[in-house]
Ligand binder design. Structure first.
Ligand code: DX5
Ligand code: ZN
Length: 219
């Protein structure tokens, strides 16, 4: 399978969300990455359920919702009804992870687990075959525009080994600090989905930037 590209709508101009969603519709992007922050799990707030529903009304690409919230299990149904096609919860925020993943699948969405830079890949060992997407954080969650944490490369390779060894179907989605000048290297570590916010929206021609990310070939 060739890799997927998911621009992060967090870096769009929120005064013109429909316009920026339409830009993604017209691009080579596979998904739209949607960052929900509650101001508790992360020290920042972004947007919630009504805004995701509004994006859905304009989007022709699947919405990949990344919940940076405490007790994410409380809102799964609402986000699914708002139009989330995949829902990732943080392993650090979710007490009953196995049950939560089953619930997401029961709602008909892909089940994702997000993991922070300070959390060991080992916590995924016993759950990896139940996961559809590992949202691998290469920055600390909370803001777009941060620098890629270099030690992520070795961690991604470890995660790739874990997935291959267990026969898990999980996709590795790298989230944070993915730019035009490091995307190839990150992809080569074994990534399946490239999320990029400021890397796409910070370019003079975001459609071309998405195309550049999509044209990379994983070695
Ligand atoms: C960070 C978010 C990321 C963010 C990535 O908390 O989870 O999805 O939008 O932004 P960039 O690509 O600018 O690092
Ligand atoms: Zn994210």
């Amino acid at each position: 399978m060739s890799h997927l590209v998911a621009p992060s709508i967090l870096s769009c101009d929120f005064a013109y969300i429909a316009r920026d969603v339409e830009m993604i519709n017209n691009s080579a992007a596979d998904w739209i990455h949607v960052d929900v922050m509650d101001g508790v799990y992360v020290p920042n707030m972004s947007f919630g359920i009504p805004v995701v529903a509004a994006m859905k009304r304009h989007s022709r690409k699947p919405l990949d919702v990344h919940l940076m919230t405490v007790t994410p299990e409380r809102y799964l149904k609402q986000f699914r009804e708002a139009g989330a096609d995949s829902i990732s919860v943080h392993v650090e925020a979710c007490t009953h992870l196995h049950a939560t993943l089953q619930e997401i699948k029961k709602l008909g969405a892909k089940a994702g687990v997000a993991i922070n830079p300070g959390t060991s890949i080992a916590v995924l060992e016993d759950i990896i075959t139940d996961i559809d997407i590992v949202c691998f954080m290469a920055v600390n969650p909370g803001w777009g525009g941060q620098s890629f944490i270099e030690t992520s490369i070795e961690k991604i390779k470890k995660l790739r080994v874990l997935i291959n060894q267990t026969g898990s179907k999980a996709l590795i989605e790298v989230d944070g600090g993915v730019k035009m000048d490091n995307a190839q290297r990150i992809l080569d570590a074994g990534v399946d989905v490239l999320v990029s916010g400021s890397g796409v929206f910070g370019e003079p021609n975001p459609i071309a930037a998405i195309q550049t990310l999509k044209s990379l070939v994983r070695k």
